[in-house]
Design a protein. Structure first.
Length: 201
């Protein structure tokens, strides 16, 4: 692709490094930014710079934060007896958007994956174990992806937490609302039957 300016080419190359954005989309975005007021483009640039240089990670749960302690950990309205363990911040956002959970979180920063060279020491597991003894935590919810790596991580965490008088649970897995049984895979269907719940009227 020929560009009218080296500056445009550099901007397109950088923009196309973002996930899901190819060269053509990157060019459209760059040309759109060029048409906008200079102040608007500079405001975008400044916000990205501030995000990258000033963002922190909560010292308690490792969630993305503006301060040393994130808003969730600092909130007096959260249930401190429950900690939901997730892979990354996207999972925190997904669970928060349900408005069904009022406990605390712990962000692992990934899951155990020997194929990708990620072991327990690469994750925020030790800090989770250290949180338990001197806290009000009575239940740890393992909200990890239902994959081989997710199950391996859940098994490892369960073993690490076994020494404490804790209730360790996992999120329910099964047939999605609106799903058809005939299209469900055998593992999902089998797990749904094995973890069936009472039908309330």
């Amino acid at each position: 692709m020929n560009y009218p300016s080296k500056l445009i080419e550099n901007a397109v190359n950088e923009m196309s490094k973002l996930p899901g954005i190819g060269k053509k989309t990157a060019l459209r975005l760059v040309l759109h930014l060029l048409k906008r007021d200079e102040e608007a483009t500079l405001a975008l640039s400044e916000s990205l710079t501030q995000m990258r240089t000033q963002i922190r990670y909560c010292t308690h749960c490792h969630n993305i934060s503006d301060a040393d302690v994130c808003a969730i950990c600092a909130s007096p309205g959260r249930d401190r007896s429950v900690v939901c363990v997730v892979e990354d911040t996207r999972d925190v956002l997904a669970i928060e958007n349900t408005a069904q959970y009022r406990g605390l979180y712990h962000v692992l920063g990934g899951i155990i994956s020997p194929m990708e060279g990620v072991g327990p020491n690469d994750l925020n597991i030790d800090s989770l174990v250290r949180r338990i003894p001197d806290s009000e935590v009575a239940e740890v919810i393992l909200a990890l992806s239902p994959t081989m790596e997710g199950d391996t991580t859940a098994f490892y965490l369960t073993k690490k937490l076994k020494q404490y008088n804790l209730k360790v649970t996992t999120i329910a897995r099964g047939i999605p609302i609106g799903g058809e049984l005939e299209y469900a895979d055998e593992i999902t269907l089998g797990r749904s039957i094995a973890t069936r719940v009472a039908y309330d009227i």
